[in-house]
Design a protein around this ligand. Structure first.
Ligand code: BG6
Length: 478
């Protein structure tokens, strides 16, 4: 396990909100090496390491609150030094960083993607990408296929793919990994996991938070590039991929890649019917009045996206995968809903065929992580005619014996140990961008306008058919 982490973007939101708290938790649980050290790097100047520690502790208290153990944080900061440097200048970076490469280091770049290449070049010059050192990149990798390709190609000249870790924190969520256990550990589920028995698949990531404070980044990306290209497509891959022959990283990633390549590209003709893009206006979220999204001048990105994705292969032909994500929606809810087809012949009066709920597998990631299988069942009535069926949830969650790990904890342990399975490969990133580019091009070509929706709603009205029925109130499967 590597003993040194070089943390780029140490003064950013992600470091305070997720990364440092995750590392503090790992330290508290004694899962990091005894000599673990952090070399924090950022542009901001601090008078001393102590000044940086103080500043970061205050920021973490505001951002992560209870999620970060205060004693462990103190111990972690005692092992942390800070360097301020211009990250866009490889030579300066190499000359400024004082890190001993012996034993290998993990360098993690939680910075905008246009800094990936100069930083990697600086690390290479400093000898910090030699075997067994590793490079970990935060999403997004570029902003379209061309920029992702350019980044991947330039990174490949600094460090081989076998030592590159592209982080997508959704892959670190226990419930997302559980999709693999559910699918491939159960005869019952895998036997019905195809177009023959599945009617539709819904992926919803609804957030109540707005863009506030991230306008610079968000106005370049929007909801499609910020969430769908990475987190949502990774979930879709785990749901749709063929069973891998083994669980090693490349075998699993090969199967995910096949799904991405089978996604039907969007065209100008299909964009208006198969997608909705929206932008939030002033409204009320959880009784709080909030303002609308302030686009940076000259930009017009969406804060809401609904897509009907089609996977053109034997398993999924004809099954819609509805992907919906939005900021400032009515509640925070992330869920995957797999809706099965109705039974072939309905025998019961109560409820009648139209009112009968379909079987569903519901995987919730927010606000709670849990999994349930909704099946029809009935208590025997006092007489034959009184039998009434109802949809009952079978709880498939494993009750955690301890606090759930935040996604970054798991991913850091894997990267420090050199395990790749939960990281995204270069070709996956590029295949995902290729599909996303087809959507962006189709929106441009079809002149798909941004549809306003009030903050605190479920998005534009036209997006209702894309939402899971429990939310839209539209009974989809009959
Ligand atoms: C990030 C996006 O990658 O994921 C954010 O940049 C988004 O815009 C966040 O809010 C969602 O992550 P989670 O784990 O809170 O669902």
């Amino acid at each position: 396990m590597h003993e040194q982490l070089v943390l780029f973007g140490a003064t950013g939101d992600l470091a305070a909100g997720q990364v440092v708290p995750a590392l503090a938790n790992l330290l508290r649980d004694r899962l990091l090496p005894a000599n673990f050290r952090i070399h924090a790097v950022g542009k901001t100047r601090f008078e001393s390491d102590a000044a940086f520690h103080q500043w970061l502790s205050e920021r973490i208290a505001r951002r992560a609150g209870d999620a970060c153990d205060a004693d462990a944080l103190r111990e972690l900061l005692a092992r942390t030094t800070y360097t301020s440097v211009d990250l866009s200048q490889p030579e300066t970076l190499a000359a400024t960083l004082k890190v001993d490469p012996r034993g290998g280091v993990l360098s993690y770049l939680a910075v905008p993607p246009d800094l990936f290449v100069p930083i990697a070049q600086g690390l290479k010059l400093a000898g910090l990408l030699e075997e067994p050192s590793r490079l970990m990149l935060e999403k997004p990798i570029g902003s379209d296929l061309a920029s992702a390709r350019a980044i991947n190609a330039a990174i490949a000249t600094c460090v081989p793919e076998a030592r590159v870790f592209r982080l997508d924190h959704y892959l670190g969520k226990a419930t997302v990994q559980n999709l693999l256990a559910l699918r491939f550990g159960n005869t019952l589920l895998e036997a019905v996991w195809s177009r023959r028995w599945i009617e539709r698949v819904d992926l919803l990531v609804a957030e109540t938070a707005g863009v506030d404070g991230r306008e610079q980044y968000y106005s370049r990306y929007g909801a499609l590039r910020d969430m769908v290209q990475n987190h949502m497509l990774q979930m879709l891959c785990l749901i749709a991929m063929e069973p891998p022959a083994a669980m090693d990283a490349d075998t699993v990633r090969d199967q995910k890649l096949m799904v991405l390549r089978a996604l039907r590209p969007f065209t100008t003709a299909m964009a208006p019917g198969e997608s909705v893009r929206g932008v939030y206006q002033a409204g009320v979220v959880g009784a709080q009045p909030v303002g609308g999204f302030n686009q940076l001048e000259g930009q017009s990105v969406e804060t809401f996206v609904a897509l009907r994705a089609h996977i053109d292969n034997w398993r999924w032909a004809g099954v819609p995968f509805n992907l919906v994500h939005g900021k400032r929606l009515a509640t925070r809810s992330t869920q995957i809903v797999v809706t099965f087809k109705p039974v072939s012949h309905w025998l019961f009066e109560k409820p009648n065929r139209q009112q009968a709920a379909p079987n569903r597998l519901l995987v919730r990631l927010q606000p709670e992580e849990n999994i349930e299988l909704q099946l029809m069942s009935s208590l025997a009535g006092p007489e034959w005619g009184a039998m009434e069926l109802q949809s009952l949830p079978l709880n498939l969650s494993v009750a955690p014996t301890r606090r759930r790990r935040i996604a970054y904890e798991r991913l850091f342990l894997d990267a420090l140990n050199g395990r790749h399975a939960l990281f995204v490969r270069d070709d996956e990133v590029e295949a995902a961008w290729k599909w996303i580019d087809s959507i962006a091009d189709a929106w441009r070509g079809a002149d798909c306008a941004l549809q306003p929706y009030p903050a605190g709603s479920w998005g534009p009205q036209t997006a209702m058919p894309f939402l899971p029925s429990a939310i839209s109130g539209v009974a989809h499967a009959k």
